[in-house]
Design a protein around this ligand. Sequence first.
Ligand code: AMP
Ligand code: MG
Length: 422
Amino acid sequence: MTVTEHTGQSAMQSVDDYLSEVLAAIRPLPPRELGLDDADGAVLTQDVTAGWPLPPFDNSAMDGYAVVAADLAGASPQRPVTLPVRAEVPAGDTRRHELTPGGCIKIMTGALLPPGADAVVPVEWTDGGTDGGTDGGTDGQVTFDRPVEPGNAIRRTGGDAAVGDVLLTAGTRLGPVQIALLAAAGRGTVTARPRPRVMLISTGNELLEPGQPVSPGQIWESNSRMLAGAARQAGFTARRHPIVPDDKAAVLAAIEDAIAGADLLVTTGGVSMGGEHDVVKAALADLGTVGFRKVAMQPGMPQGFGMVGAAGTPIFTLPGNPVSAYVSFQLFVRPVVNVFQGLDFERPVSHRAVLAASVRSPRGRRSFLRGVLDRSAGRVTPVSGQASHQLASLARANALVVVPESVTELAEGTEVEVLELP
Ligand code: AMP
Ligand code: MG
């Protein structure tokens, strides 16, 4: 529990307490049988063991000639050995081409090693062979001027993994390579917790879709796209709800509508202290399952979190100002991805850096100032334009400078904590 300061207004909840409350309330999603096409970003709930050896059969690592190594013993440029080419085996050929001593078989990378062969000579080590004509090269010959070690350029059955080997452990997040491994091991499905699905809902009578003409008093809606992108970066699958007007019934209807296809709802707007115009707060306060509070931070003081609907779908109600919404998302929403997937939450990547300019911060609130972090120089420069509507300055920033609750001013040159923005 960190210090909660009383500012004369109602008590504020500390950033850390609020995050703990949120993390404790999220329940992991039930594991599902997922096809590999739906498994990207999912988290395994069981170890995956190899049901077949990998590779599943002895095969050639090179394009060349399968030989009996003993046939080439003593081969040299002075005393080259020439062998007849008895067959050609491309990758995917499932026929059995037995090799007997005194001949060789032309073989391609990944092709089944002919029984009887104990080495593959890369084509680069030969004279390239003579073409056997139109019948697949089976009556040509090839000349070798050096010996070959038994086992050369052969990929042995089970050389990557043996039957029963653990390929991936429970708790692994599946990325491209892990999914490739599952595919290579012949697994069409896995048991895993999928990426959580989040629905972004923007509220406000002033909001219009970009591309539409606006009148003074109206603005183009930006939060839902920003947060959908941030959610995808965080590991959610994300969708945007059509803009919701400032109307309690419309807000409740949008939430009702969104619940069916979402594991998490995130609204923006309508939660500040403005009374009847703050319709998200008004609509959800009636349900009694969403807690509205002031969090001791700047930007992003008004926060709501709780559960809605029969299934108790978690909902964040973020403030409407774009910078407040973004900072709130990174601090409180991003970490819940892991919890939904049964993993420990991850803290944002944090660095120490020296301030390139002095900064100010309100007493009793933790400030997250937008800055440009130069990691190699260990310096962070606060951007000009720290107000919570200033999206243009947020777009220039790559980090948040953390100013602790008890601090109201930091001089240029002070070392500070800096959170990397994803
Ligand atoms: P509110 O939290 O609804 O009082 O909104 C605070 C400020 O954020 C107002 O200036 C709104 O116009 C602005 N705002 C709210 N929602 C959005 C949004 N989705 N996109 C851009 N600006 C927004
Ligand atoms: Mg509003």
